[in-house]
Design a protein around this ligand. Structure first.
Ligand code: NAD
Length: 244
C-alpha cells in the first residue's frame, strides 16, 4: 500500500492509456506525482505540468519543474509516445520529426536534466516506455521501430553510465496494449476497435492483448526498490507473444 511513501515521481504522457494507469498505481502506493502531457486538466495528481514535449525548453525544464512542484524527484517515467505508420518510402518529413522528437529527443532531454537532480539527492529510478518493436522490429512502421530501438539503446547506455550515481534506468517493451494509440490506429484504417482488439487477442498466447494496467504494473515494479538490482534492462511485456 505504501511502497512509494515519501517518493516523488514525474510521468510523461500522463493523459494517455498507459500513462494514466501508471499515475494511478504510483499514487495508490503513496507516491506524489507530477503529471506531464499536452492537456493534464482532468488528471488527479499532485502537480500539473502541461506542455508540448516537442518544445525543447519545456522538455529541458520538466524535471526541474517537477522537483520544484513536489519538493523532490526520485522517479521519472518517460512514457509519452507517438506512432507513425509506413515504410521509409511512405514516411514524410513531418512524421520523421514528430517521431524522433517525441519518442527519442524528449526523453533524452528529460533524462539529461533529471539525472543531475536525482543524483544530488542520492539517486532514483528512470523507466522508459519503449516497445517490443524496439527490440525486434515489425513490418510497416519503420521510423516508429527505429525510435523505440533508439530509446531502448539509450536506456542500456544510461543504465551503465549512471549506475554509479545510484540511478537505475530500465525500459518496458510492451506488445499491443488496449489504449487510444492502438484504438485510433484501428479506427483510422476503418476497423471497429472493439472487434479488432478482440481479434488481436486471439493470437496472443495468454488469450488477450494487454490492458494499460498490465504494463503499468511492470513500470511501477521497475521504479520500486523491489527492482533494486535491475539496471539497463529491457523488459518485454507481451502475454507470451514475442515478435519473431
Ligand atoms: P496514448 O496515445 O494513449 O498516450 C500517449 C500520450 O503521450 C498521450 O496522452 C499524448 O498526449 C502524449 N504525447 C504525445 N505527444 C506529445 C507531445 N508532443 N507532448 C506531450 N505529450 C505528448 O498511447 P499509449 O498506448 O498509452 O502509449 C504510451 C507509450 O507506450 C508510448 O511510448 C507508446 O509508444 C508505448 N507503446 C504502446 C503500445 C500500444 O500498443 N498501445 C505498444 C508498445 C509501446
Amino acid at each position: 500500500m505504501d511502497k512509494f511513501r515519501g517518493k516523488a515521481a514525474l510521468v510523461t504522457g500522463a493523459a494517455g492509456g498507459i500513462g494514466a494507469a501508471i499515475v494511478r498505481q504510483l499514487r495508490s502506493e503513496g507516491a506524489i506525482v507530477a503529471v506531464a502531457d499536452r492537456d493534464v486538466s482532468g488528471i488527479e495528481a499532485d502537480a500539473h505540468l502541461a506542455g508540448n514535449l516537442l518544445d525543447p525548453a519545456y522538455a529541458d525544464g520538466l524535471a526541474q519543474a517537477a522537483f520544484e512542484a513536489l519538493g523532490a524527484l526520485h522517479i521519472v517515467i518517460n512514457n509519452a509516445g507517438v506512432i507513425t505508420r509506413g515504410a521509409v518510402t511512405n514516411t514524410t518529413d513531418a512524421d520523421w520529426a514528430l517521431s524522433l522528437g517525441v519518442n527519442v529527443e524528449a526523453p533524452f532531454r528529460v533524462c539529461r536534466s533529471a539525472i543531475p537532480i536525482m543524483a544530488s539527492s542520492g539517486g532514483g529510478a528512470i523507466v522508459n516506455v519503449a516497445s517490443c518493436w524496439g527490440v525486434r522490429p515489425g513490418p510497416n512502421h519503420a521510423v516508429y521501430c527505429m525510435t523505440k530501438a533508439a530509446i531502448a539503446s539509450l536506456t542500456q547506455c544510461m543504465g551503465m553510465d549512471h549506475a554509479h550515481q545510484n540511478i537505475r534506468v530500465n525500459a518496458v517493451c510492451p506488445n499491443e496494449v488496449n489504449t487510444p494509440m492502438l484504438r485510433t490506429g484501428f479506427a483510422k484504417r476503418g476497423f471497429d476497435p472493439d472487434t479488432a482488439v478482440a481479434e488481436l487477442g486471439k493470437i496472443v498466447p495468454l488469450g488477450r492483448i494487454a490492458e494499460p494496467e498490465d504494463i503499468a504494473e511492470v513500470v511501477v515494479f521497475l521504479a520500486s526498490d523491489a527492482a533494486s538490482y535491475m539496471c539497463g534492462s529491457l523488459v518485454e511485456v507481451n502475454g507470451g507473444k514475442a515478435v519473431g
